[in-house]
Design a protein around this ligand. Sequence first.
Ligand code: F6R
Length: 360
Amino acid sequence: DRGAYPYYMLKEIDEQPAVLHRIQETYLQDSGIPVLDQEMLNAMAKADRIYIVGAGTSYHAGLVGQTLFEKLAQVPTQAVLASEFAYTDPILSKHPFFIFLTQSGETADSRQVLVRVNEEWQAPSLTITNVENSTLYREASYQLLLQAGPEIAVASTKAYTAQIAVEAVVAKALGTRKQVPAADAFDLQHELSLAANAIQAIVDDKAQIKTVAHKDLATTRNAFYIGRGVDYFVALEAALKLKEISYIQAEGFASGELKHGTIALIEDQTPVIALITQARTASHTRGNIQEVQSRGAQVLTIVSENLAKTSDQLVIPSISELLMPLISVVPAQLLAYYASLERGYNVDQPRNLAKSVTVE
Ligand code: F6R
């Protein structure tokens, strides 16, 4: 029931702080120590490489997961597109462990990879899904639930943030199990509380984002999101949200790649939305902003507070850089929502799309 909300998508965006709290309650003790199946952690600790399999938004959450598992658990980790991985002959590592990210648990391409994992590669697997007893839930060796509550809008929002939060729980638990100092030092309990508060502050201030959508996205033909590192991964997700419900041709780019071709597309007034949440690359992305500005781009910045300058428009609270995707994606979700409304579309039921994609 969407109550007073005009669309499920807005309700689901607003639910994200509560979802993070539920993940804390379900998977973390008061002391912050993750409560996960020891047998699963033992199996993961034997892995020399983790493959994270997903499609669409779930793939984008997997990209963020790469960074989480590499930093917190020091395991080489690779996010892969289910629809590609299912039909190629990857040279797997000796002891692979597979994580399936799937909101519905029914995505046919992802399932196809799981069938190969079970029959051909005989490797252990974990499905992280929102739907108990879904196909991918049943067929994996281990399973964790996203605790996000039903996601009705076709455009995925709270499942994405829940996927990242659950990945962080697993990465922290694995890192602790392997005595990785970065995992012990990472106060996930505290960071998730900060993330929930930060998201709450952003959704409480929606009016600001609505104004930006009206100004920059009401009539444009195309738009670009740029960023580096995890900001690039969020740029991919942000662009997907925009295209699927507003039908604006939107692309996410690694900002350093712009000058290798894409910058040719920048014209007078082209919207370019830059994500800046990582200290190491902030000045590089700012350089890329200048490059597009000098070609006439209409630039909007989404920047964490600790890296913000007075010229930045959407300043978001800063928490651990590893978890900034939980926060920086929210203004992008809202921009997509308001752009779709501005253009008069049915936000929850975009054309040509189904909530669960059960054909390969
Ligand atoms: C985009 C979206 C899709 C899904 C994709 C995978 O907003 O919802 O890209 O993320 O179809 O679906 P699941 O996660 O159910 O496997």
